[in-house]
Write a protein that binds this ligand. Structure first.
Ligand SMILES: C[S@@+](CC[C@H](N)C(=O)[O-])C[C@H]1O[C@@H](n2cnc3c(N)ncnc32)[C@H](O)[C@@H]1O
Length: 247
């Protein structure tokens, strides 16, 4: 864990141990190392081995409008409560499908959005910035949205310039770096499930501080979160929390 932390900045002690150990043992065995010590030593001098490890740790599966019914709920809520300028953070954004989905929703609502999209993995962010996707990532994109927000290119479907301009990508480690303030919305989906309860609690408390009073936190559809009340966050729709609007 110490070697991985030094090489990647990712502290594995915050991730659920049994799953992580199983995934990494599988990778280690496949590469022919008999124990973690020899595998860790090899990581220092083999960039492709390290890259493979980071991919395995970070699990960058995503798609546009993942769980479409939850995105419909979010849009309905924002239609009522959101105003321009709208400041949002997509934390753990993988290849950008999530912040771009949010930018599209904001465009449909006529909101002037400033979306900060972050991930611990820089290579995922490079792909996000490029903004080109295979049809598989677009399975939940309606024909109207496809026409309005994407353009076909020989490499795949590219997100339009207008949508890309609403999103700023930056590397950020949720377990090590400072959080912004005064946000209207935080989207953090399908990341917390991989973390220990203690790490999750720390992040939730940080999110609560980062939100404006009345701001919202949108989490993944498999995430069972406890201790939200203690952080001043109230469930207002499935997997959507709101920060108390005053002391
Ligand atoms: C399964 S993907 C989720 C992508 C997207 N949010 C979604 O729901 O479709 C999890 C993402 O969290 C990122 N991640 C993992 N640990 C992180 C950390 N400590 N700080 C920031 N991002 C992290 C991974 O690199 C990965 O891109």
């Amino acid at each position: 864990m110490e070697r991985v932390r030094r090489l990647t900045g990712i502290d594995l002690s915050h991730y659920k141990r049994p799953q992580m150990e199983r995934r990494l043992a599988h990778l280690r065995d496949r590469r022919g190392f008999s124990d973690f010590a020899s595998y860790a030593a090899a990581l220092s001098c083999d960039a492709s081995l390290l890259r493979e490890l980071v991919d395995r740790i970070t699990i960058q599966v995503s798609e546009f409008f993942r769980n479409p019914e939850r995105w419909a709920d979010l849009k309905a809520k924002l239609e009522v409560v959101a105003a321009s300028p709208f400041r949002a953070w997509s934390a753990g954004c993988a290849h950008g499908e999530e912040p771009y989905s949010l930018a599209m929703v904001c465009a449909e609502l006529g909101l002037h959005a400033d979306i900060w999209a972050t991930d611990v993995d820089e290579r995922a962010l490079e792909q996000a910035l490029h903004g080109v996707y295979s049809p598989r990532a677009l399975a939940n994109v309606s024909p109207d949205r496809l026409q309005r927000f994407f353009e076909p290119t020989p490499e795949g479907w590219r997100v339009s310039v207008a949508v890309r301009q609403c999103v700023r990508f930056e590397r950020h480690n949720l377990l090590a770096d400072p959080y912004p303030r005064d946000l209207d919305l935080i989207v953090c989906r399908n990341l917390l499930i991989y973390l220990t309860d203690a790490a999750k609690q720390r992040i939730i408390a940080g999110f609560s501080q980062a939100l404006k009073p009345g701001g919202h936190l949108f989490v993944g559809s498999t995430e069972q979160l406890v201790g939200m009340d203690a952080c001043g966050l109230r469930l207002v729709a499935p997997f959507l929390y709101q920060k108390a609007d005053g002391p």
